[in-house]
Design a binder for this molecule. Structure first.
Ligand SMILES: [Zn+2]
Length: 318
């Protein structure tokens, strides 16, 4: 669709959920900020990824088509079933049960984001699957728009949540539901348009979902931030393909949280007495201002293979 502009769509999409909050415009700038968006060049042999980072002096694209987003997993295929726990396994049921309860809570208040989610879910079949090979807190969302009155199909893959805490699950799940909302609001044929800013947009939507449900979860964002700190410490590559790096993601949480919390308009449990942020700081024993400030990384042609653990899309089970 020629008149679809991804950046404008994302800012409008997220903006509705921060309507009337001071600091909103600055927050939305994070979605299109160069610091949070890498530039890419198509690879000639897209075995592992379709794009590589643009090299120094090379004019890559910020907005591009990620073909693999068009893949929708065939839940009944042997190929897909091999990669996920069987739906009658303990692993599957443990994670699905937690996820379903959380979804109910996220879709159960009067905020705009919660009502939009509720409305989407009423017109969708939502399936959860638990991936066997994911060793870190991670999720993915595949979306197929229902046509001719049929329901949308949404498949959210999660890792085995027995191994991780509820805080991480809440962060990941709210983020994946944000992807479903984004997909549902795009015009037909524009689902594969992508930029790193999609991840920031969906972070901001997920954080709004959480705050409005009274859930203060920074677990997932802390996880990514710590991973970034560790990589930096070891002088390893900190950038990641198809998503802003862990520090930028952690900052998304802090920035969104500040806007929500300082407005005093959210229904989060911290708004009435002690701030949620304060509670989190006390729990984690550190102030969020102590996080490493984001610094733009120099561009190199180094391969990013093996650094995809936190990407939120896979290739539909392949
Ligand atoms: Zn994502």
């Amino acid at each position: 669709m020629a008149d679809f502009d991804l950046e404008t769509h994302l800012k409008n999409f997220v903006g509705e959920y921060y309507e009337g909050l001071s600091g909103k415009e600055e927050l939305l700038e994070r979605i299109v900020d160069e610091a949070g968006n890498k530039r890419y060049v198509a690879t000639e042999n897209p075995e592992d990824s379709q794009y590589r980072f643009a090299g120094e002096g090379e004019n890559g694209q910020k907005v591009f088509e990620l073909e693999q987003l068009k893949d929708f997993p065939d839940l009944q295929s042997d190929e897909f079933k091999k990669e996920v726990y069987s739906t009658d396994s303990y692993e599957h049921n443990y994670t699905e049960d937690k996820a379903e309860k959380l979804v109910k809570r996220l879709a159960g208040n009067s905020s705009k984001v919660s009502q939009d989610l509720k409305n989407l879910l009423e017109h969708s079949n939502l399936h959860f699957r638990v991936r066997k090979n994911w060793k870190a807190p991670n999720g993915s969302c595949s979306f197929k728009k229902g046509v001719n009155g049929a329901k949308n199909e949404i498949v959210i893959c999660l890792c085995d949540w027995q191994k991780f805490g509820d805080d991480e699950l809440a962060g990941v799940l709210a983020h994946e539901l944000g992807h479903a909302l984004d997909f549902s609001k795009r015009p037909e044929g524009c689902q594969a348009q992508y930029m790193d800013g999609v991840e920031t947009a969906v972070d901001l939507v997920g954080i709004s979902l959480l705050a409005n449900a009274g859930i203060d979860s920074r677990g997932f964002y802390d996880f990514m931030g710590k991973d970034y700190d560790e990589r930096k410490e070891k002088k390893e590559e900190t950038r990641m393909l198809y998503t802003p790096d862990g520090n930028y993601r952690r900052e998304n949480y802090d920035a969104a949280f500040d806007v929500i919390n300082e407005s005093g308009q959210n229904q989060g449990k911290g708004s009435k007495n002690k701030s949620v942020k304060k509670q989190i700081e006390e729990l984690s024993g550190r102030r969020s201002s102590e996080t490493t400030p984001y610094k733009k990384q120099p561009i190199s042609r180094e391969s990013m293979q093996g650094l995809h653990y936190a990407r939120n899309f896979d290739r539909g089970g392949r």
